[in-house]
Design a protein around this ligand. Structure first.
Ligand SMILES: [Zn+2]
Length: 94
């Protein structure tokens, strides 16, 4: 049981690392932050926290994470707020 949990954490950490790599250079203005922040696509943000895009949109609607819409219609998530979601752990009841 313990071993299984350790494996899961390692996987999630790896995912976050990948996302930070992808996000490199992808900076956009986040109105709530009032600053240029790293942004990732909603689908990728979902993978970072072990959820799907739908849950990410629920977090956005709840004001838990910031987002901005690109001209092509895609939603991008503020990595600053996404990191806070990760740190807070279990978010099943959002
Ligand atoms: Zn933000």
């Amino acid at each position: 049981m313990k071993h299984r949990k350790t494996t899961l954490i390692t996987t999630e950490t790896s995912e976050v690392w990948v996302i930070r790599e992808v996000a490199r250079g992808t900076r956009a203005w986040c109105k709530p932050c009032g600053a240029q922040v790293e942004m990732v696509p909603a689908e990728l943000a979902g993978r970072a926290i072990g959820a799907n895009a739908r849950k990410v949109f629920r977090l956005i609607e709840a004001g838990r994470v910031h987002s901005t819409d690109k001209p092509d219609g895609s939603s991008w998530v503020c990595l600053n707020t996404l990191a806070q979601i990760e740190e807070s752990g279990n978010e099943e009841n959002v």
